[in-house]
Ligand binder design. Structure first.
Ligand code: ADP
Ligand code: MG
Length: 253
């Protein structure tokens, strides 16, 4: 882990995936995926389109069922038990490519909805936290607007604030900047960078190689539903071992 980062670094395993397998019908999309992530670690997932990246991170918060293998999040096994899945969802914040904000609610409402209804937080507390989070993501002045009045980059920062409002143990990002105009990518990556530096455990699917190199503690490369190679950014970018990694990097860099 990079020493510049302020991290709790207590070596606690927060995600443990053991031989995870998933099929969509006959299509085997995750093949014996095993991976552990420690508290405070920032893991970047790379790989070609269709390689199973989204499916994999969706399994981590129970959005996709798996058919074989085991996933444990912060000591809770993600079995078929609905209660376990609910417990894990509460610990896991997710940010999607499409921001998925509620269009008919103000930004403040979007952020306070789950804390009030799921966490049973008093409204005043939830609003105070929401305003602090909007400050943190750099858009405190947008609280009373509606999503449609904000730029894509601002909406994605709201989505991050909304996830953080649930005080998650870990954050999952699925191509959070892929739907953004180029000039808005940096403002979202900067928020993610700040979050990484604050010690948040993060799994990030992205094609932003600069971010991956600078912020990731570890990079894993997916191809056809398997982890082909993993290592530090230096290992993976400067000295890739697997032919498929070399091929992928040659296409994207
Ligand atoms: P990536 O995020 O790496 O582009 P995905 O995880 O979205 O890849 O998809 C992996 C494979 O699973 C692809 O072949 C995709 O077509 C297939 N797939 C994804 N979601 C579904 C679904 N809901 N039903 C059937 N097939 C799916
Ligand atoms: Mg995807």
């Amino acid at each position: 882990m990079s020493q510049a980062k302020v991290k709790e670094n207590d070596n606690k395993e927060i995600i443990n995936c053991n031989n995870v397998n998933k099929w969509f019908g006959h299509h085997h999309v995750l093949k014996d995926v095993s991976l552990t992530v420690k508290k405070g670690e920032v893991l970047v997932i790379l790989g070609p389109s269709g390689s199973g990246k989204s499916t994999f991170i969706r399994t981590i918060n129970g959005l996709e069922e798996i058919q074989r293998g085991e996933i444990t999040i912060d000591g809770i096994s993600l079995s078929h038990d609905v209660k376990d899945i609910e417990a894990i969802r509460k610990e896991t914040g997710m940010v999607f490519q499409q921001f998925n904000l509620f269009p008919h609610m103000t930004i403040l409402k979007n952020i306070t909805l789950a804390p009030i209804w799921v966490r049973k937080k008093p409204k005043a507390d939830a609003e105070k936290t929401a305003l602090e989070l909007l400050e943190r993501v750099g858009i405190p002045e947008q609280a009373h607007k509606y999503p449609g009045q904000l730029s894509g980059g601002q909406q994605q920062r709201v989505a991050i604030a909304r996830a953080l409002a649930m005080q998650p143990e870990l954050m999952l990002f699925d191509e959070p900047t892929s739907a953004l105009d180029p000039e808005m990518i940096k403002e979202v990556l900067d928020v993610m960078k700040e979050l990484a530096n604050s010690g948040m455990t993060m799994l990030v699917v992205t094609h932003e190689m600069g971010f991956a190199r600078e912020v990731a503690d570890r990079i894993v490369l997916f191809d056809e539903g398997e982890i082909i190679e993993q290592g530090t950014p230096e290992e993976l970018f400067d000295n890739p071992k697997h032919e498929r990694t070399k091929l992928f990097l040659s296409q994207i860099l």
